[in-house]
Ligand binder design. Structure first.
Ligand SMILES: Cc1cc2nc3c(=O)[nH]c(=O)nc-3n(C[C@H](O)[C@H](O)[C@H](O)COP(=O)(O)OP(=O)(O)OC[C@H]3O[C@@H](n4cnc5c(N)ncnc54)[C@H](O)[C@@H]3O)c2cc1C
Length: 477
């Protein structure tokens, strides 16, 4: 909750001497105008009528990594789950054509960026939010413009660290393998600019970006046998059909997840049971996945990528030379003209959960597992409506991202407890039921829907035994 109101107009401030700083009188400095910073700022401004905020980003606009995304990227989840609480991303439409008919729309990068530009324009039009684009946050409330060199200081402002979980992306991260002279290696972004078909594509990475790349190449007529997929680990993927903005579907999936966990003998077994229940997917049914970041994938995409037979599972690629891929246990020959596509940046980050409210910074993180925008928006709402940091941390707790099946179990336990802490507060329950960012939202017109009631009843039955087993698998039970 803010303590003072200050009109903000720092855009015209100018310092001729580089060492001089213009003072910015704001209540908050939000570092990062990506999904986390924007969701936090939007909810804060919506629920505290007097608050003033400076949003700072190295990039020129809002949208974070989406401003540098590859051309064929889309949200992997429904648009409704993404963005800020006050403004729906997209039209709430169900896809009527194409392979994903019946599933909720998913925005592409241009749509995500246009959305954030509109949200930012609306926030700045309130006169209570100033945006410092192409500016570096230096720490200690200090900001410098990367264009003019002007320096700003916001003494006393509360710092919101909205870069804590910022993903690495291939276009801005060097490949995690050596590239010898003459080898052809590109970041995934370059694919849309290729002038000529290479003899072979070598897709490096096991995550969502690599999967997207294989899908896109195959959709565009590249034969499956012209693709080599370097997949150090096999991933578990969430079936997009069960992660939809429909409470009967979402709560039904949560119930099935907990039932699978309750009956399981290990975290790996829980995944196999979830696969049987239609929740989890894997590319190769003969391989036990060890990676559980669980982005969503549609079954039509799975059918496509299963056509790729040339999968290299020899750990991490160490080096690429013309005609040769080097691994710790030896080399693999590829055609000399092969194009190696770098899809191997660390999208999800694991810096450890930290209290969202700490003396040095407010650090928005996911609360409900897998829904970072909802978590950041919730933190903004909590900040606007409560005074005491200990109380804020009590009702709004962070959850981590997961990497392996074991830490997926841990994430579910922590995230389940965080969701429970939130829903015990009447106003948080009410607020979270107003925003589509919350995947468990039940809108008033669905409250008595028998399918929703049945899913809720099933979840209620399986949640305690499921949590108990998951805590055991996570080593916390
Ligand atoms: C391709 C892709 C697709 C994804 N799809 C989904 C999805 O469908 N649904 C979902 O929920 N999640 C998705 N994610 C996961 C990801 O957590 C979210 O996309 C989210 O956008 C991450 O936002 P962020 O604000 O944490 O990071 P970013 O978008 O990286 O924003 C952080 C910002 O901080 C700025 N910054 C950092 N340091 C400084 C500094 N010192 N000074 C000034 N500025 C600084 C950066 O310039 C950056 O713009 C996806 C991720 C990727 C990579």
């Amino acid at each position: 909750m803010h303590v003072r109101h200050a009109p903000i107009d720092v855009r015209g401030a100018h310092c001729s001497d580089e060492r001089m700083e213009a003072v910015v009188d704001v209540d908050y400095v939000v570092v990062g105008a990506g999904a986390m910073g924007m969701a936090f700022a939007d909810a804060l401004v919506a629920h505290d009528p007097d608050v003033s905020v400076a949003i700072v980003d190295r990039r020129h606009g809002a949208g974070g990594h989406w401003l540098d995304a590859y051309g064929f990227v889309r949200l992997h989840q429904a648009s409704a789950f993404y963005g800020v609480a006050s403004t729906l991303l997209g039209d709430g439409r169900t896809q009527e054509e194409g392979p994903e008919r019946g599933l909720h729309e998913r925005a592409n990068a241009a749509e995500v960026c246009a959305y954030y530009a509109r949200v930012l324009a609306r926030l700045t039009a309130t006169g209570r939010v100033a945006f410092h684009g192409r500016s570096e946050y230096l720490g200690d409330g200090r900001i410098t413009s990367l264009l003019s060199g002007a320096r700003f200081h916001a003494p006393g402002a509360r710092i919101v660290d909205a870069r804590y979980l910022s993903p690495d992306i291939p276009s801005l991260t060097p490949p995690p393998f050596a590239v010898e002279d003459g080898a052809r290696v590109v970041a995934v972004n370059e694919l849309v600019r290729l002038g000529e078909a290479p003899e072979r594509f070598v897709v490096v990475g096991a995550g969502k970006t690599a999967t997207d790349t294989c899908v896109w190449l195959l959709q565009n007529g590249v034969p499956p046998n012209a693709i080599t997929w370097v997949r150090p680990r096999d991933p578990w993927l969430l079936n997009r059909a069960v992660v939809q903005p429909d409470p009967a579907i979402f709560l039904g999936m949560a119930a099935d997840t907990m039932a699978a966990a309750a009956a399981a003998t290990s975290a790996d077994d829980a995944f196999l049971r979830m696969e049987d229940a239609g929740i989890m997917l894997r590319v190769d049914p003969s391989v036990a996945p060890t990676m559980a970041k669980t982005p969503t994938l549609a079954v039509w995409e799975l059918d496509l990528v299963r056509q790729i037979d040339d999968v290299i599972r020899r750990g991490h690629l160490q080096a690429v030379a013309p005609g040769r891929l080097a691994f710790a246990d030896g080399d693999v020959r590829v055609p000399a003209g092969a194009l190696v596509v770098h899809c191997a940046a660390e999208g999800l980050k694991y810096p450890g959960v930290r209290p969202i409210w700490a003396p040095d910074a407010i650090t928005p993180q996911p609360v409900r597992v897998g829904f970072p925008c909802f978590g950041a928006a919730l933190a903004g709402y909590v900040e606007a409506t409560r005074d005491d940091d200990a109380e804020k941390n009590r009702v709004c707790r962070p959850s981590p991202y997961s990497n392996t099946p074991q830490d997926w179990a841990r994430m579910q336990v922590i995230g389940g407890d965080a969701s429970l802490a939130m829903t015990r507060e009447a106003d948080l329950r009410d607020w979270s039921n107003t925003t589509p960012l919350n995947p468990a939202r039940v809108s008033p017109d669905r409250a008595d829907d028998p399918a929703v009631l049945a899913a809720r009843a099933r979840l209620k039955e399986s949640i305690a035994p499921g949590r108990e087993r998951l805590a055991e698998f996570a080593g916390t039970g």
